[in-house]
Design a protein around this ligand. Structure first.
Ligand SMILES: Nc1nc2c(ncn2[C@@H]2O[C@H](COP(=O)(O)OP(=O)(O)OP(=O)(O)O)[C@@H](O)[C@H]2O)c(=O)[nH]1
Ligand SMILES: *[C@@H]1O[C@H](CO)[C@@H](O)[C@H](O)[C@H]1NC(C)=O
Ligand SMILES: *[C@@H]1O[C@H](CO)[C@@H](O)[C@H](O)[C@H]1NC(C)=O
Ligand SMILES: [Mg+2]
Length: 551
């Protein structure tokens, strides 16, 4: 307080001095600057409160027959799990971690136990490339009543194949990625981790003992109570894979991933699922069998140009050996090459979107099947897990895109979740406008999770009719739904469109649907013939074409 008063005094003194010594203009200038500074400083220090922003995605309730929150607001876990229809699932948490990460693991487990697992007691599987220490195991066991198992990965699951890891190229590639500042590109262990999660974690015997898994990581946080059983709800709704965050990948980590993915699909004649569209952009903007035309046209805006060129050339060949336009187009065509789009393979391109795989609730068999395993082997042979730094998230996503339909996937929009600096957190549900009815009072199952009345943990966010969460306390920072909306927007567009085939927009909102080629052709031809006729009329009247333009 003292300091503040002295600062104000000082400020007033400066103002007086300025006013006396300088002219009025300078005074106004200085005064305005100070006010601006105070206002800006004030706005910057305001925390971002999502509930105060009406135009965010949080304010929209997306309803669809294909995907929706399993439960809105809270249920009573005791009643829920004693329902005659409820079946506890054959499921486990899975975490790959290191002995020196206990504090981070503890944060994750405390958050998970207090928000969910104190009621459901699902077991944990911890995996490590070296043995867990007794101390680590003991400390972990002390964090939960649930069963905990520890597994060590054998070489096959963890190390790069023999021929690879001793090669000069292997080391040189890592150094190169490090030099190019590719995130974690120079870290061998990170590459191993990505490869392991991409195609091997589900082969570990401890994971194989289950039908479902929920992947967790050290130092993640949950913001809402999950009072129902997500495994059971997934089973009930026939879902195979659930995510909490969808974002775009860093381009240079996966520059060649799509090239290999596409050739895997081509070589094996695979018909991809409808989820594929979520991760790809199509350059097939014409519904034509004309491969020549298809090669020239990649964007909608190029269609009319190419068709009129085609028509002029046809016209030249058919009628008029001296038609200027036709000749001009023909020369232009002869001089140009098909446009090359670097990342286009089989008329498609990866749009970098991926489910952020540090959170996954899924069926083990969604990856543990012949198709996905052969996809992983194909990728492994290409060397991309070390020549580049393919993340398990884009690999999982493209693999899922090959195998699954949109409706097989569930967005856990009601789960508030943070990993590193990104988070998603829903609004609390108000229970059909009856304030707070969607929320139930919290009752701990274990005394260590008691929430003191009046404490921060008791102070839940306001409810909203658009909410889905249960007793959430969200960070006052921007949600990934808003800060990294591009991929989320496409997910919503596809899932919430009545007919998923009708959804034809890419991340930047550009239309990527198919144009009726015949219709376009007819329209352009009509214009062309009218123009030719006008031209003929001018010729008859003795006017040259160039002059006609000036009339
Ligand atoms: N046992 C073991 N676990 C690892 C190794 N490298 C990574 N992990 C685990 O794999 C998970 C993801 O690795 P991180 O390095 O945290 O990757 P990240 O979360 O993408 O990156 P950060 O944002 O930096 O945390 C964590 O659970 C790590 O503990 C390793 O060499 N050995
Ligand atoms: C177990 O955790 C509690 C805190 O939750 C702590 O007081 C206790 O010392 C721990 N026990 C062991 C054996 O680490
Ligand atoms: C759980 O699922 C696994 C894999 O399908 C199976 O081997 C195991 O027997 C199941 N366990 C129980 C208790 O049903
Ligand atoms: Mg991490």
């Amino acid at each position: 307080m003292m300091l503040k008063r002295r600062l104000v005094k000082l400020l007033l003194f400066i103002l007086e001095e300025v006013f006396e010594r300088c002219n009025g203009f300078l005074f106004v200038l200085v005064f305005a600057s100070i006010i601006t500074f105070i206002v800006i400083k004030d706005t910057l220090s305001q925390p971002y409160d999502r509930t105060q922003h009406k135009d965010t995605y949080a304010a929209f309730d997306f309803k669809s027959k294909r995907d929706f929150p399993f439960v809105r607001g809270c249920v009573d876990p005791d009643i829920y799990s004693h329902d005659s229809e409820y079946i506890r699932q054959n499921a486990t948490f899975v975490m790959l971690t290191k002995n020196d990460e206990f504090e981070e693991v503890k944060k994750t487990m405390n958050s998970l136990e207090s928000h969910f697992n104190q009621w459901y007691n699902y077991p944990y599987v911890f995996l490590n490339n070296v043995d867990f220490t007794d101390e680590f195991k003991e400390n972990i066991r002390n964090l939960t009543k649930a069963e905990v198992r520890f597994g060590t990965l054998d070489e096959l699951l963890w190390e790069f194949p023999d021929g690879v890891r001793d090669s000069f190229e292997f080391h040189q590639r890592l150094v190169d990625q490090s030099d190019r500042s590719i995130m974690y590109g120079g870290m061998e262990s990170y590459h191993k981790m990505c490869r392991f999660y991409s195609g091997l974690f589900y082969k570990h015997p401890l994971v194989q003992q289950h039908e479902w898994y929920w992947r967790i990581e050290p130092d993640v946080e949950f913001f809402c109570d999950l009072t129902y059983d997500p495994f059971f709800e997934m089973q009930k709704s026939n879902k195979k894979y659930g995510f909490a965050i969808i974002i775009p990948e860093l381009y240079w980590t996966v520059a060649n991933l799509f090239r290999y993915t596409r050739s895997f699909i081509r070589e094996n004649d695979i018909v991809v699922g409808s989820l594929w569209k979520l991760f790809t952009r199509s350059y097939k903007v014409l519904d034509t069998e004309d491969e020549e035309l298809q090669k020239w046209v990649n964007f909608e805006k190029e269609i009319d140009d190419k068709i009129s060129e085609m028509i002029a050339i046809e016209h030249l060949i058919e009628f008029d050996t001296e038609d200027d336009d036709g000749i001009e187009f023909l020369i232009r065509r002869a001089q140009s090459k098909y446009p090359i789009i670097e990342d286009k393979f089989d008329d498609e391109e990866y749009n970098m979107c991926h489910f952020w795989s540090n959170f996954e609730i899924a069926k083990v068999e969604v990856f543990d099947n012949d198709l996905y395993n052969s996809y992983f082997e194909y990728l492994e042979k290409s060397g991309g897990f070390w020549k580049e730094r393919w993340g398990d998230a884009p690999v999982h996503s493209l693999g899922l895109g090959i195998m699954l339909n949109l409706a097989d996937v569930h967005y856990f929009r009601d789960i508030g979740y943070r990993h590193s600096k990104l988070h998603h957190c829903p609004r609390n549900w108000d229970g059909n406008n009856k304030r707070g009815k969607g929320q139930l009072p919290y009752e701990e199952k274990e005394s260590r999770f008691a929430r003191q009345e009046g404490s921060l943990k008791w102070n839940y966010d306001k409810t909203s009719e658009f909410g889905s969460g249960c007793r959430c306390i969200c960070p006052k920072k921007m949600d990934v739904e808003d800060s990294s909306y591009q991929c989320f927007e496409k997910w919503i567009g596809m899932v919430f469109f009545d007919n998923e085939d009708d959804y034809n927009f890419e991340l930047d909102g550009e239309w990527t649907g198919k144009v009726d080629t015949n219709k376009r052709y007819k329209a352009v031809k009509k214009d062309f013939l009218r123009y030719k006729k006008e031209e003929d009329d001018w010729v008859k009247k003795g006017i040259k074409v160039g002059e006609a333009d000036d009339l």
